[in-house]
Write a protein that binds this ligand. Structure first.
Ligand SMILES: NC(=O)c1ccc[n+]([C@@H]2O[C@H](COP(=O)([O-])OP(=O)(O)OC[C@H]3O[C@@H](n4cnc5c(N)ncnc54)[C@H](OP(=O)(O)O)[C@@H]3O)[C@@H](O)[C@H]2O)c1
Length: 251
């Protein structure tokens, strides 16, 4: 089995469970040491994830931080550096997914979504880039959403926050070259959000143009590919079975 990321250190936000965990495991299979970040996941779940990561024969540790707080970004990057002396890969997977019609979005909703989905990836990128520049290399991967390519009126501020991540990807890819590569993976509906009813989920996730829209592992493999491929920067890669090519299935 190829371990092309052997000797590297990755920080994956929101990775104690769900999609972030699948990404952390895939990077660990490629040989990278992993600092998982979590918010409110229970300690026993975090411990189980660490256990699974260590079975990939890599070092794995965990750090809790509330990404709505400004100081969290610097603290997380410093944590990786204090523990292992470097940071090679940053994956921004943590996000919130709040349902609101455009006219119902309050200032508080707006500021919280933007803080977690956009400001945290922005300032984590800045903090990570300072370290990566010193080391002469690094890569940053953002998790977008196909709701940034289709307008979803009932998730207005969410889609706007994720659309801004695309420009963050492209701007920072140019600003941080040549040492640092920056890319984004845009998942389709691969894992039902916990607050979403099964009926709504089947409606939106069914019948993509490719018939199959992918799963957590497909998204994780795309992250691994971008982490490894040293000629790619500024790419925005949908992994969605073509969902984003079609009109939105919900309003
Ligand atoms: N699931 C899908 O089908 C899908 C589709 C399109 C795009 N995406 C994108 O892919 C990424 C991962 O998806 P997912 O479904 O795994 O996401 P998720 O379960 O909604 O959230 C991922 C993690 O974000 C963390 N988080 C949220 N608010 C936080 C805060 N204030 N401080 C610290 N951590 C916080 C949570 O950690 P804790 O649980 O530890 O609090 C959570 O586990 C997200 O960026 C999402 O937008 C997912």
């Amino acid at each position: 089995m190829q371990r092309e990321l052997e000797g590297q250190v990755a920080l994956v936000t929101g990775s104690a469970r769900r999609l972030g965990k699948a990404i952390a495991l895939e990077l660990a299979r490629a040989g990278s040491d992993i600092l998982i970040h979590y918010g409110s996941t229970a300690e026993e779940v975090v411990a189980e994830t660490l256990n699974e990561l260590k079975q990939c024969e890599v070092r794995a540790e965990a750090k809790q931080a509330d990404l709505s707080q400004a100081e969290a970004s610097e603290d997380l990057v410093q944590c990786a550096v204090e523990r292992w002396g470097r940071l090679d890969i940053l994956v921004n997977s943590a996000a919130i997914f709040q349902k609101r019609e455009l006219m119902e979005v309050t200032r508080q909703d707006w500021e919280r979504t933007l803080a977690i989905n956009l400001s945290a990836p922005f300032f984590l990128s800045q903090a990570a880039a300072r370290i990566m520049k010193q080391n002469g290399r690094g890569t940053i991967i953002h998790l977008g959403d196909y709701g940034s390519l289709q307008p979803w009126p009932n998730y207005a501020h969410h889609g706007i926050s994720k659309a801004a991540l695309i420009m963050l990807t492209r701007t920072s890819a140019l600003s941080l070259a040549p040492e640092i590569r920056v890319n984004a993976v845009i998942p389709g509906p691969v894992l039902r959000p916990e607050q979403m009813a099964e009926e709504a989920w089947s409606k939106i996730s069914q019948s993509p143009p490719l018939a199959w829209g992918g799963d957590e592992r497909s998204v994780a493999k795309a992250v691994r590919f971008l982490a490894s491929h040293t000629a790619i920067t500024g790419a925005v890669l949908p992994v969605d079975g073509g969902h984003s090519l079609t009109p939105p299935k919900w309003r």
